[in-house]
Design a protein around this ligand. Structure first.
Ligand code: 7RM
Length: 648
């Protein structure tokens, strides 16, 4: 059966930046004919203190990329100061507090003052251009102030998602050598209290951290260490509201953001100033068809790249009103998103399929409690969206009037690379559709041969650079080169599998490496395995992804008990190890199940056959493939028995 096609709505097309598919095709063709000219023109959307001399320098062989060379600019100036002249009193940020009905509107004028004060505060605590600052804050306006304050003085922020454990936070502070940490006493989410300051205390123990600045989000007092810990509001009140901007080179670092890969520790993806800002603001305007006056509501957390590019930098660089949402989709009930949409009159709404899948279970009623008339564009990000979920988003949430854009991208890409455009692209539910202008995807087989034409499937690479691309892994350029540029020499390898159908539509099929995507969050199986083997209950571990109805994927662990587990009940071992992973990485990494096994299916050369473990985890026992090459084929039966027993 041919896929159903959802055509762009004429009311959207009338006002859209790209108003028809023909226009998209023309723009796309032009962008490939002369990419440098295309990206040179796009750069005019930001304010340059000093114009750039060269648009792009690229050498994928050495993983060297640079954009807008010689240009000078400041990201905070572009996101804040630039709008003071004609929209100082316009709301820049609408903060939606955890408690329903509590909102705070921050104008560009107020944003300027807060960013200035915080920039001066950071300077008073010794932060200089190029220094790294760790931001471990909940979804409160201070998180955005902090990012922009760093940008203002040329410091490099490293935002760590406030759900990460002390150990993960410590690794990130240490890796980036942060000497100042911004945090809150506690976070609030869905009525639950998250003890942030206590986590920071544990994380920085023994590290050379000079200052911990603590915002009081709740009234609960928190112990403060004299000479290291400072009260945010008290420190802010000592500072002047104006802080001069540092004019940065286009290729000076803007931020580092850690992301998991298939091997080893999380990698600090380094993004630079000029290219990132042009790309974030360009794609924000194009993909969400943002127009002046539109309220942009991205429900992500600033701890992820989506929050960086589509809550803070993209929207603010366009002078938009952006929403920061502190709560959850189900607090106090499953109508919360739509209540907020009506209250703030959002035109654009952007979330992950996992949130939609969780909401669908509550039926259509919670959606219909609110009118949602302000909505025009609905975005999806983080994982493949099931066609049924796409359709529900379109029909129920969007009332059939809104464009749905499934946006494919990565922390490493800085911004969206493949997506439909509202008003232009005929959609197939479940497909991210087509590459944005200036972006050249390529499918390759295992040998690296390009798969040309349509109706092909392979690994997704990008040929040629785009301005938002990460430049390196902090402190380890060789790892950057190895990870992304050596599998298919001369191309950027995304780690995703992809199909291009008979009509040329792109369908992202998921990771082809050992990365699990839990609720749109990336976790390396290797990271989970090292958290397991760090416990003396575990001698050896193999972790795989398992399909999950709401989360997309969940984490399934097979463990061989260690010496410390002698005489301990398997059920206790399993519970303890679940806790060990949560403590080591954070709540998002909580395994769906830990299964104690007598051995692992290995080849005679000792390689774990994950394919078999994946099939067992999803109860697909019949189709395990050839197991005769295993060192101990009998172990498979025992693992299957253990899996079945655990389900009952
Ligand atoms: C933005 C973000 C990146 C990985 C990526 C994919 C998966 C993201 C989609 C998607 C299918 C999408 N950054 N992914 N978007 N898969 N359709 N629209 O998520 O660095 O955290 O993750 O997420 O596997 O490689 S990320």
């Amino acid at each position: 059966m041919a896929d159903q096609i959802i055509h762009p709505k004429s009311n959207l097309a009338r006002r859209a930046h790209v108003a028809s598919f023909e226009q998209y095709e023309q723009l796309y063709a032009a962008s490939l004919r002369d990419p440098r000219a295309f990206w040179r023109e796009r750069a005019a959307r930001v304010d340059w203190f000093h114009p750039f001399e060269r648009t792009c320098r690229q050498d994928f062989g050495n993983a060297e990329v640079a954009w807008y060379l010689g240009g000078k600019l400041n990201a905070a100036y572009n996101c804040v100061d630039r709008w003071l002249e004609d929209r100082a009193e316009q709301t820049a940020i609408i903060w939606v507090a955890d408690e329903p009905g509590e909102y705070r509107h921050i104008s560009f004028h107020e944003l300027h003052e807060n960013v200035g004060r915080l920039a001066n505060l950071l300077r008073a605590h010794g932060v200089r251009k190029g220094d790294r600052v760790c931001i471990y804050l909940p979804m409160i306006p201070e998180a955005a102030f902090a990012m922009l304050a760093c940008a203002r003085i040329g410091a490099v922020h490293s935002v760590v998602f406030a759900g990460f454990s002390a150990e993960s936070l410590r690794d990130r502070i240490d890796d980036a050598d942060c000497q100042v940490v911004l945090t809150a006493n506690e976070g609030l989410r869905g009525g639950k209290v998250i003890p942030l300051k206590a986590t920071v205390d544990a994380a920085v123990e023994g590290l050379p951290v000079r200052s911990v600045i603590v915002k009081q989000r709740t009234d609960t007092p928190t112990p403060m260490k004299a000479g290291r810990d400072y009260d945010f509001d008290e420190e802010m009140s000592k500072q002047r509201a104006f802080c001069p901007v540092e004019w940065m080179d286009s290729e000076d670092p803007l931020f580092v953001l850690y992301t998991s890969g298939s091997t080893g520790r999380p990698k600090g993806q380094l993004h630079t100033t000029g290219g990132y800002l042009v790309y974030a603001s360009y794609t924000h305007e194009l993909v969400f068809d943002w127009h002046r006056g539109d309220v942009h509501f991205c429900a992500a957390d600033v701890g992820w790249i989506t929050g960086h590019s589509y809550i803070v930098y993209g929207p603010l660089c366009n002078g938009a009103t952006t929403v920061m949402f502190e709560s959850t989709p189900v607090y106090p009930d499953a109508s919360r998103y739509w209540q907020v949409v009506d209250d703030v009159q959002a035109s654009i709404f952007y979330t992950a399929p996992t949130a939609l899948r969780a909401l669908i279970r509550f039926g259509d009623e919670p959606v219909k409690q609110y009118g949602r008339e302000s909505l025009r564009v609905l975005g999806s990000v983080g994982e493949p969206i099931n066609p049924e979920v796409w359709q529900w988003y379109h029909d129920v949430v969007g009332g059939g009037r809104c464009a749905v854009v499934d946006t494919w991208w990565q922390t490493e890409t800085g911004g969206i690379l493949i997506s439909a455009l509202p008003g232009a692209t005929p959609c197939k539910p479940g497909s991210a559709t087509f590459p944005l202008p200036g972006v050249r995807p390529m499918l390759v087989d295992e040998q690296g041969t390009e798969l040309t034409g349509n109706d092909v499937a392979g690994n997704l690479c990008i040929t040629g650079s785009w301005p938002g691309q990460a430049r390196t892994i902090l402190g380890d350029h060789e790892r950057f080169r190895q990870t992304y540029f050596t599998t298919y020499p001369g191309r950027y390898f995304t780690g995703d599998g992809c199909r291009r159908d008979a009509d040329g539509y792109y369908w992202i099929t998921g990771r082809v490496d050992d990365v699990v995507n839990v609720s749109g969050h990336r976790l390396g199986t290797a990271e989970v395995e090292s958290a397991l083997v760090a416990h003396d209950y575990c001698a050896e571990a193999a972790v795989v992804a398992c399909p999950h109805e709401v989360k997309g994927q969940s984490i399934y662990c097979y463990v061989i008990p260690g010496q410390g587990a002698e005489g301990v009940e398997p059920a206790t071992i399993e519970q303890e190890l679940v806790k060990a992973v949560r403590d080591a990485i954070g709540g998002i990494a909580t395994p769906e199940r830990v299964q104690v096994v007598p051995g692992l299916p290995k080849t005679r050369s000792g390689k774990i056959m994950r394919r078999i473990l994946r099939k067992i985890a999803e109860s697909n026992y019949e189709d395990l493939g050839d197991i005769t090459t295993l060192a101990e084929p009998a172990v498979v039966e025992q693992i299957v028995a253990g899996h079945k027993a655990g389900k009952s």
